[in-house]
Design a protein around this ligand. Structure first.
Ligand code: ARG
Length: 471
């Protein structure tokens, strides 16, 4: 931004030469940390309110500061604020604008404070709000999964191990597996929020301040659970940023796994599900293509978020106490993590609303894969045959089926009985897919009745969280 007279630096008193123009731009953070303006102003208002209550500012000064800061906020929100690179960061831009508009009282705002405790406070206030929004976004996606799980509680599909058909499951049960992963993600973020919600303000530059401040009061004003215990730790700690990014990385890892499955399932080879056209794109050259762009992009985005976790760990690993300018590098990875995480959750919530199942294809895939072989073994065990022998008998039956191109349920009783005369006509009830899933009728099992009960319990866990309805 062109600036006629460069604003004076707050540290001009000690310096003989102006900042090199390149260094000024190189060290400035205002291009990205201006995003924190609301939290910076919120923190400053609380700080000024506390200073006045302690008799460090007069109430007239406090009132001028508070209304001045509110006016600055209004100007920023109206797009009328001139951000200045020479003023380095959001903190000095806001403070300088305040002083320009209210005069000397503005210069008193920074009493008993440093940008070091200020920035640590701003980032925590911002991230706390984002964590709450992300928690709601996760719950919204979970609700969509519950609706899908309920709708598809009876839908048969193959369950896989090693991506080989293993045993039949229901699509609803599979959706509930995704639900559980997201539930842990929500819980992890809530836990991160708990440790984040501690106030650095009052630590000042690193050692605290000589003014008779009341940190408990400022913490209450800002909704923090308590002030930090140690001033050196308070200004330098970025554990909360690393924890948040770790939680985000795990969440993105989950979304990436979901994506991998959706990409496979929507391929012509599987054709288990269809995504709505509004969440797919075509090809500019191949007219037949309908590409699962959203899951692919989400799978891809997991990469940058894992990278941000490594970036933040590396940012911190060599830093001596207390604040170092290195810490300015915490913001862009955090912003990018939040933006991409929220984007991915939003895209998923929309996309999962439009998923339809191709029941015939899913059922057929389960029926083709000898997925009831374990059920046959369990049947033999119930007839008194030791499991290891039963496993052997079923193996032979499967080998026959493979040779004949027929599934177990398509072999005749005579064919089956050549491997064991314990096999009787009632065997066909366990060889059906419906019989197989219905038999897994315990908490956590895939039986449709269990899936419905699990959906009901899951809804209970989500109630009271806000957002969309529970249904
Ligand atoms: N822009 C800085 C940051 O993001 C603010 C704190 C600067 N403090 C300092 N002593 N230079 O970390």
């Amino acid at each position: 931004m062109p600036q006629s007279t460069p604003p004076a630096k707050p540290w001009a008193g000690r310096f003989n030469a102006p900042t090199d123009a390149f260094v000024e731009a190189f060290t400035a953070s205002v291009d990205f940390d201006r995003r924190l303006y609301r939290y910076d102003i919120q923190g400053s208002i609380a700080h000024a309110t506390m200073l006045a209550r302690q008799g460090i500012l007069s109430s007239a000064e406090r009132d001028a500061i508070v209304s001045g800061l509110e006016a600055v906020r209004a100007r920023i929100e109206a797009g009328e604020f001139q951000w200045s690179i020479p003023l380095e960061d959001v903190h000095m831009n806001v403070e300088s604008a305040l002083t320009d508009s209210i005069g000397d009282a503005g210069k008193k705002l920074h009493t008993g404070r440093s940008r070091n405790d200020q920035v640590a406070t701003d980032v925590r206030l911002w991230l706390r709000e984002e964590i709450d929004l992300i928690g709601h976004a996760i719950a919204d996606l979970q609700r969509v999964l519950l609706r899908l799980a309920e709708r598809e509680a009876d839908a048969l599909m193959p369950g896989f191990t090693h991506l080989q058909v293993a045993q039949p499951v229901t699509f609803g049960h599979h959706m509930l597996a995704w639900f559980e992963m997201l539930d842990r993600d929500r819980d992890r973020l809530a836990d991160c929020r708990r440790r984040l919600n501690v106030m650095p303000l009052g630590a000042a530059a690193l050692a605290g301040t000589t003014y008779p401040i009341d940190r408990q009061y400022t913490a209450e004003l800002l909704g923090f659970d308590r002030p930090s215990e140690n001033s050196l730790d308070a200004v330098s700690d970025r554990d909360f940023a690393i924890e948040f990014t770790a939680d985000a990385a795990i969440l993105m890892m989950h979304l990436s796994r979901f994506s991998e499955e959706l990409i496979l399932w929507s391929s012509a080879q599987f054709a288990f599900v269809e995504m709505s056209d509004s969440f797919c794109t075509g090809s500019s050259i191949m007219p037949q293509k309908k590409n699962p762009d959203v899951p692919e992009l989400v799978r891809g985005k997991s990469g940058r978020i894992f990278g941000h976790l490594m970036g933040l760990l590396t940012l911190m690993k060599g830093q001596p106490l207390a604040y170092n300018k290195d810490n300015q590098e915490d913001k862009e990875p955090l912003f990018d993590t939040v933006d991409n995480l929220k984007g991915s959750l939003k895209a998923y919530t929309g996309m999962m609303q439009g998923i339809t199942c191709n029941h015939a294809r899913m059922r057929d895939a389960a029926a083709r894969g000898f997925s009831t072989a374990t059920d046959l073994a369990d049947y033999l065990v119930r007839k008194g045959i030791p499991f290891r022998d039963a496993h052997e008998i079923v193996g032979k039956a499967v080998a026959l089926g493979v040779g004949e191109g027929r599934d177990l349920g398509e072999l005749s009783l005579t064919e089956l009985r050549q491997f064991s005369d314990a096999i009787e006509a009632d065997v066909y009830s366990v060889l059906t897919l419906e019989g197989s899933v219905a038999a897994r009728d315990h908490l956590g099992g895939t039986a449709p009745a269990q899936v419905r009960a699990a959906v009901a319990r899951a809804r209970q866990r989500l109630t009271g969280l806000g957002g969309a309805d529970g249904g």
